[in-house]
Design a protein around this ligand. Structure first.
Ligand code: ADP
Length: 405
């Protein structure tokens, strides 16, 4: 019971990683992109061996799963002898709502609940369910689990998760803060405590998951206390193409002025805002920072991004009545030396002191970037959501079959 396949199914993509849990090593990973379009792209990367990339027509998720299983068992590119070697499958699920608050094995009830949440995560949950059903069709006898992005945040108190609007909307339509990137916030906070060799429960931690999607979480007693994403992943920080926080009155106002439909305004805020809208250049932080010395729009985009992140860190330091550790993670958090520098140079009032040399290193490993005399530990911890999903799945199947432990 050691080989765990982790699946992240999107509407037209399917990403996978196969783990050997005896040493938590990745045997292979890959992705199928453009599922259902004319030319699907398949990338399969067996660890330590030649990668495989090619184009083929793949009609749906069931066909995509079939291709993945073929690649994993392929005589040349495979890493296992037969699909029987796969002991369990773990699925990443964005929205678990209020009921699905921890990782669990899949059954009909769980699938029904994921379906009930389609309206809250229309881009994600339907795709995840397709991934689950495609796996069930291909591996009917293999246990499958689901791991939710929202689960870690289920410990938030009502003071943090309620919105100050008519309560009937919460009761009737589940309108509340759920928070996302939970698997990542949990992973990096646990890693941070390990790195510092201190009990997780003793630390006030602010974790900054800054990628294309970005969120900040305030963690105390090892639990999520508050987080910047809300009912959907649109709230909070400015992101690559998402607006993050804004005056809610802007929504009806622009809908009237520009005669926008609900879909159009949703698309504007989710796909045509953020770094992309302000820079007019790109949603990619590398392009923004490469151009910000010469392009005033790129500079404004960077400044707004940094300022909004810093404000959240400040407000979460207030929420926690102090902060012991700040963690940066995900694509931008792990790689952007300049963003971390700018954020931290304006957090001196909290006792943050960055060590510029430590900050400038790019190692891909957990590391401290604060100075030895900083009152707050500032760490860079590469996130690993897939490993968390593999660990949870492994634990669940072990509980299922205690005789194999
Ligand atoms: P996603 O939310 O899609 O998982 P990632 O966590 O992969 O996103 O982050 C993607 C972001 O990371 C992009 O904006 C990209 O520009 C940024 N990024 C990656 N490498 C660097 C780098 N060296 N410097 C600055 N930003 C980087």
């Amino acid at each position: 019971m050691t080989k765990i396949l982790v699946i992240n199914a999107g509407s037209s993509s399917l990403k996978y990683q196969l783990y050997d849990m005896t040493d938590e090593s990745v045997l292979a990973k890959g992705r199928v992109e453009r599922i259902g379009m004319d030319a699907s792209i398949i990338v399969h990367e067996p660890t330590g061996r030649e990668d495989l990339r090619y184009v083929e027509e793949i009609l749906d998720h069931t066909a995509a799963v079939r291709v993945v299983l073929q690649k994993l068992t392929d005589p040349k590119y495979g890493v296992i002898e037969s699909i029987e070697d796969i002991d369990a499958v773990g699925h990443r699920i964005v929205h678990g709502g209020e009921k699905l608050t921890k990782s669990m094995l899949i059954n009909d009830e769980v699938k029904q609940e994921i379906k009930r949440l389609f309206d809250l995560a229309p881009l994600h949950n339907p795709a995840h369910l397709m991934g689950i059903e495609a796996m069930e069709a291909n591996l009917p006898n293999v246990p499958q689990s689901v791991v939710f992005d929202t689960a870690f945040h289920s410990t938030m108190p009502p003071m943090c998760y309620m919105y100050p609007i008519p309560k009937v909307l919460y009761k009737k339509h589940m309108v509340r803060r759920y928070g996302f990137h939970g698997t990542s916030h949990q992973y990096v906070s646990e890693q941070a405590a390990k790195f510092l060799n201190k009990p997780l429960e003793s630390l006030k931690i602010i974790t900054c998951h800054i990628g294309n999607g970005a969120s900040v979480t305030a963690i105390k007693d090892g639990k999520s206390f508050d987080t910047s994403m809300g009912m959907t992943p649109l709230e909070g920080l400015m992101m690559g193409t998402r607006s993050g926080d804004l005056d809610p009155a802007i929504v009806p106002y622009t809908m009237v002025k520009e005669e926008l439909t609900v879909n159009e305004v949703n698309s504007m805020l989710n796909k045509h805002s953020g770094l992309m809208a302000i820079s007019g250049l790109s949603s990619d932080m590398r392009e923004i920072t490469d151009n910000m010395d010469t392009d005033p729009n790129a500079k404004l985009a960077f400044d707004m991004f940094e300022y909004r992140l810093r404000k959240y860190i400040g407000s979460y330091a207030a929420a926690l009545n102090g902060v012991d550790v700040i963690v940066f993670t995900a694509g931008i958090g792990e790689n952007s030396v300049i963003l971390r520098e700018r954020v931290c140079e304006n957090l001196t009032y909290l006792g943050v002191k960055l060590d510029p040399e430590r900050n400038a290193v790019r190692s891909g490993e957990d590391r401290r970037i604060s100075a030895d005399d900083s009152k707050v530990e500032v760490l860079v911890i590469p996130t690993n959501e897939e490993l968390m999903i593999a660990r949870d799945t492994y634990r669940l199947v072990q509980e299922l079959q205690p005789e194999t432990v």
